[in-house]
Design a protein around this ligand. Sequence first.
Ligand code: REL
Length: 822
Amino acid sequence: MKKNVLIFSLILLCFFDVKSYSQNIGMTDYPIANSNQVATIYIAKDTDSLIVWAINELADDVKGITGTRPTIVQTTAFSKKGIYIGQSRSLLFQSKAIQKELSGQWEKFCIKKEKDNLLVVGSDVRGTVFAIFEMAERLGISPWKWWADVHPIKKETVSLKLPINGIISSPSVQYRGIFLNDEDWGLQPWAAKTFETETKDIGPKTYEKIFQLLLRLKSNTIWPAMHPSTKGFFTIAGNKEMAQKYHIIIGSSHAEPMLRNNVDEWKPKIHGDYNYFTNKTQVDKYWQDRLDELKSAQNETIMTLGMRGVHDSKMEGAKDLQESVTMVEKIIGVQRNMLSNTFKKPLKDIPQAFVPYKEVLEMYDNGLKIPEDITLVWPDDNYGYIRRLSNTEEQKRPGGGGVYYHVSYWGRPHDYLWLSTTQPGLIWYEMKKAYENGAKKMWIVNVGDIKPAEYDMEFFLDMAWDINSIKSDGINHYLKNWISREFTPTIEKELSFIFKEYYRLALLRKPEYMGWSQTEPTTPVKFSDFSTEESLRRIQSYENLIRKVDSLSAFVPEERKDAWFQLVTYPIKGAAYMNHKFLYWNLAAATTDVKKKGEYDHLSTEAYEKIVQLTAFYNTELSNGKWNQMMSMRPRNLPVFDAVKKNTLTKEAPLKPNSNRIYIQANEFVTNKAAKNYQWKSINGFGYSNNAVTLFPFNQTYFKNDKPSISYEFEVTATGDYEVEVRLLPTHANNFDHEIGIQIDGNNIQSFLINTKDRDKTWKDNTLRNSAVVKLPVAITNKGKHTITISVNQTGIVLDQLAVYPFDQGSSYEIPAYKEEK
Ligand code: REL
């Protein structure tokens, strides 16, 4: 009888709406614990060991909150009231309906209250584990509980809040994960000297913690650390076994085809040159050896194919572009033969990826043919702007598309390896656009050392799990929820303002770029491009953030103080002091007032000292020394991280008049003209305006005639020569150049091409300030109101801010934005 009831209820379960949990329809509570009792967890006898591990984690989580650990009991039937967890194919959940809904699906799960029971069912092992961690999170447990010391807050009574119809969820993107990169100043020394001294490297103990984090964040893929200070992932005993234990799929970066870490594993003295033109036999053997090793290991993998140089450089040996194209096609053919011969499977059943990073994109655009079952994983330009996405034809390829994205980067024109300041609005826009253009197979984010990229990493992976979980006007709402979970709901409004400002101010100039130097350790720091007024305003904005962080810290529960330091205090104050260090130094150098000069110099030195102190606290005192060696305040020892040295200015201070300037934010349009099915909408939390505007939806469309446009008004009190300036986010065009038309009043439309070629000077300037700037001189012959109309030739163009100013005043570095809330 019970069994029939169960089958009936599971049939019902199959009819509720997919992703219904993101809609806040009627909610229900399932009691987990009160002062008298705690729910029992029931599992089938044959439950997979990873699911058993996750259930034990959940039991520990509940104990962390209530002090009592739920009992885990093996059962064959629904005989008692409790939480029933398992895979849908388990006998415990056997029914045709549930088979239909979950079985054979990739990582799908449902959580549902059924009378007195709670059912937590997954379509496969990972799906079930994700269901368990979904539950933990809903109980208030942070996925960062270990990685950021977000300790549970004690409560006597705990219940699980669920939509009445339950949750059914499955990933939007199949392979979702992170790339550990540039780990030399954080993750590697921390693992080697603090956490895993027995391995002296990023070994199985560290990977175990990383894999647990990935599962809590509902992700499944790793591109392991691969820098020269780290030994190759496969050469450290226990690493691949750990990946297998946690069902984590192993891939490798664009520079490491066939899961080979060349920096560590290619030994020139033994193997010769890493050159396919001259040393094919050795290179083939080197790749085949890794496949042979994997044959017995049974790890899930996704193979990166192709060939570049030993590390992050172009392929050796080709005379010209055409020769490299022909050779890479041949190499991919050879690699695929190796794969099918070794694993004795059709190629379509062996996950493979091709990553057209840097110069490889040029090869692809010059005719390189990639077999259709290989996933095209499109990289960004290292600064968060995706260079290229699948066009309509490419979207039909069975291998599908993906993205390799950065929230941390080592390279030209400048590194950003210290803090994590990529604006979530930018991540949202680029990844949503990627998804709408077919990138659904694989998303990898370069997170550097993981810390302090916690928020950006979770934001990215949450979108990968459920692309609809964050809407264009929901980025701040998502942030507030995160704040409530990590700290307390009491401060969600104030702290979300701080974070929004932190990301917005860094969009104009990241803390790592404040020295106006380039990436090489030898280039000296220079005067900033900020005028005195801009510097003072920026100093004030950061001062405000410091004050707010200090005043909010009193509201943070004791259990969350360690988390508060690593997730809030260090990044926010670090960014603030880095700005203070340089801006006060600039002010000191620019002023002729001796007293002021002394004060500014002092403030600059003090700001530097504060960074030293914060970093020392992070490494030695935070969480009783748990994070020792994790935080470096000078990754790659670039001059920007030093105390500023007085009187070493190598360029003139900018002199900027600042009067009679008109500033317009992109969302302040007065009229707009939509086209086809495309509408102008703003994205809250994106751009320096925090409200950048673009055409929705994001699938690529070209408007030959009848271009969509958007209009703004401004008023002048004096006639004369003016300049109209339009600032756009420096997004990349796919097939056709980005073009905007600017029309002032009824005059002729002036056209501007605004996309820049990756790695040219304009691109460098644009990415460092996150702005593509278009200027149009206009002679204004009558006072009063005027109109600016901006038209666009395709989707993918994002407007941020506008300015109108007397021509002889010139452009300013910043167009101030209105602050929406305090
Ligand atoms: O960010 C990237 O993808 C590349 O720059 C890296 O692969 C590379 O290892 C970089 O960290 C420099 O060494």
